[in-house]
Design a protein around this ligand. Structure first.
Ligand code: SF4
Ligand code: SF4
Length: 159
């Protein structure tokens, strides 16, 4: 019985057809290679060359300083720590002058940080922000816990 035309399979190419298709693929590949050889490179020599980050990029946290007093703006209210969905911020305070508190410990464990910015948005004093620092790889887990001293904004950023 003759096979239905809808169910007919395409004939496999013969040896000459196979050779021709291989040669065509080779020529196509060489043509593509040559085209890229003489076009402008789109790769960057990181870390010697770095991309300009987009506005609003969210990197490592920084604690902001008061420009006049040169002291950290943070008052230890813990709102940022409570806003963090993963509980990555640890704050410890002790009584300071009058009703003020001393912020003794301000740690951020960035190992699970999503850089979601919720902690920054929760701060009523503009004391915390996410900087553009992104080269944060370390060899130890402890290296991913940033302490108050690490997070304090560098003074040169303020001038
Ligand atoms: S950026 Fe998000 S995940 Fe990271 S510490 Fe802040 S609130 Fe938590
Ligand atoms: S960074 Fe802001 S929200 Fe967090 S403890 Fe300091 S003042 Fe409060």
């Amino acid at each position: 019985m003759e096979a239905n035309s809808a169910t007919k399979r395409m004939d496999a190419p013969g040896p000459m057809g196979l050779v021709a298709s291989r040669i065509k693929a080779l020529i196509d590949g060489l043509r593509l290679t040559l085209r890229h050889l003489f076009s402008k490179s789109i790769t960057m020599k990181y870390p010697y060359e770095k991309r300009t980050l987009p506005a609003g990029y969210r990197g490592l946290h920084v604690l902001r300083l008061d420009l006049e007093t040169r002291r950290m703006k943070c008052i230890g209210c813990t709102l940022c720590a409570r806003a963090c969905p993963d509980h990555l911020i640890t704050i410890e305070t002790s009584p300071g002058e009058g009703k003020k508190k001393n912020v003794d410990v301000f740690d951020v464990d960035i190992s699970r940080c999503m850089f979601c910015n919720l902690c920054v948005e929760a701060c009523p004093h503009g004391a915390l922000e996410l900087s553009s620092e992104y080269e944060l790889a370390t060899e130890t887990r402890d290296g991913l816990i940033y302490h108050k001293e690490d997070l304090l904004e560098k003074l040169e950023r303020l001038v």
